[in-house]
Design a protein around this ligand. Structure first.
Ligand SMILES: [Zn+2]
Length: 233
């Protein structure tokens, strides 16, 4: 019976597949498993083997489902801000807000938290605003302070949104940064201390500056979305 099964299987595949191809497709192993299950085992053992296969497939499906659920529970949109944290986002007399890292983590997406609070850098040419030409303003994605305007945005060719000036020089603070073995000047939101990017002295006129900013640290307020941008009647 075993031999008949092997011969039957070989007849099915041999005309089409050579030895290397059979190995590649696992045909050799499949043949022996099929014959073993079909002819050479006790019914209880067959059930046991089938149960193992079902459990393995079920486990794989459960893992995929858990992974999908985890992605669904961490949306890319900004999480809702609890009232107690919203109160702390109101700037004090010195135009500062003070949240703990745990509170920032609660109200920012993982990407925005990484950029703003851990000084991360996003990928060039694969971010939200490097190619945005709509008129409007750019606010800090952490605290909402307006930082940059589309009028001062230019195409630097770097793949990151670039501005030759800030809306208000006091809105952006600088800090010398020697990470990665390079001396650069980091730019931070003056209200919340969030990392925005770096500033370089190779920008266009009239300032000669280039504010190289991570999109994830910004929220774009389109001109038509802004109540102050409505034309007077
Ligand atoms: Zn801020």
């Amino acid at each position: 019976m075993w031999g008949e099964c092997e011969a039957f299987f070989d007849c099915l595949v041999d005309p089409y597949l050579r030895g290397a191809q059979k190995r590649r497709f696992g045909i050799g192993i499949g043949k022996y498993v099929a014959c073993f299950c079909a002819y050479n085992v006790e019914p209880m053992l067959k059930l046991f083997l089938i149960a193992i296969v079902v459990l393995v497939i079920g486990g794989l499906m459960a893992a995929v489902f858990r992974s999908t659920s985890a992605n669904a529970s961490s949306p890319a949109t900004q999480p809702a801000i609890p009232p107690e944290i919203a109160e702390k986002l109101v700037p004090d007399a010195n135009n500062k807000v003070h949240l703990t890292q745990a509170e920032w983590k609660q109200i920012l997406t993982p990407e925005k938290y990484h950029i703003l609070r851990e000084g991360g850098t996003e990928c060039a040419f694969d971010n939200e605003f490097f190619n945005n030409h709509d008129p409007g303003t750019y606010a800090c994605a952490g605290c909402g302070q307006v930082l940059f305007a589309s009028d001062h945005k230019f195409d630097s060719g770097t793949g990151w949104p670039s501005f030759f000036k800030a809306v208000d020089p006091k809105a952006v603070e600088t800090l010398e940064d020697s990470m990665m073995g390079m001396r650069r000047v980091e730019i931070l939101c003056s209200r919340c201390g969030g990392h925005l990017g770096h500033i370089f002295e190779d920008g266009p006129k009239p300032t000669g500056l280039r504010y190289c900013v991570d999109s994830a640290s910004l929220t774009f307020i389109k001109q038509s979305d802004s109540p102050t941008a409505q034309p007077p009647h």
